[in-house]
Design a binder for this molecule. Sequence first.
Ligand code: NCD
Length: 303
Amino acid sequence: MRVEFAGRDLVSMRELSRQEIEHILNTAERTEFSGDVLKGRLMCSLFFEPSTRTRLSFETAMKRLGGEVVGFAKPGAASLSKGENLTDTIKTVSCYSDVIVLRHPREGAARLAAEVSDVPVINAGDGSNQHPTQALTDLYTIRREHGRLKVRVAMVGDLKYARTVRSLGQGLAKFGARLLLSSPPGLEMSEELCAELESMGARLEVCTSIEEAVERADVLYVTRIQKERFPDPEEYRKVQGAYRITPELLEIASSRMIVLHPLPRVDEISPEVDHTDRARYFHQVRNSIPVRMAVLSLLLGVV
Ligand code: NCD
């Protein structure tokens, strides 16, 4: 079966088949499509929420392929602050760009944008819902390090609000991965998401301690507590600093275990871990470029 991406949106990991995920990762691995394949194409990046890596990495990927970039990172400067709704903004932008990259605090914003846009929409994070290109970067990094995706991934931290967890969990589920869950009280993965991931092919286990997760994992996927998603600041204070990955804690891990984090980190991974041979979070940042180059090229139909 041929995998066809041209003209499609990328809103959620749910909608990608195992074969399609492999096709994106294989495309990212190939370097021969680089060059100026996106010359004359314009990407519009609309960031309604803070971002460093995701926005700059999309812009870098587009420019590396000869394309151009317009957009904003401060929504206060856009007409939305005059009361324009998202639908009108997207309809307008889709008149003059070839692809739209959207980050928005509201769950479902990217789906709505995709429905009204004439050009492909890539979801760069919608509230606590989805972040598919981060998940593809995570999968790419895991496959490079372990050679396969049917691995044991310990998901540590905020499993309730982190969109990267949902997207990566769905991606891994399609490859039959085993997910070991470890979170502070109140930040557990929802029953709904657990059931969905199991129905998609993942095997889930809740760990009784962070040590258990570290000891049994091939990959330790650490997340930041998503402070900005808490309805009540008091609830955040209760879990703040609840876990911290240190070199001492990692001594009990298997020799091939690697540590991933979508970044930004606050204090959940101590900086000393950066100097160990387990740290792969800055590799993830580097890997995000070929992955986003592949996604842009595929949706724009040039590879
Ligand atoms: C993540 C995000 O925005 O969801 N960051 C990123 O895109 N690399 C994770 C986070 O903010 O904690």
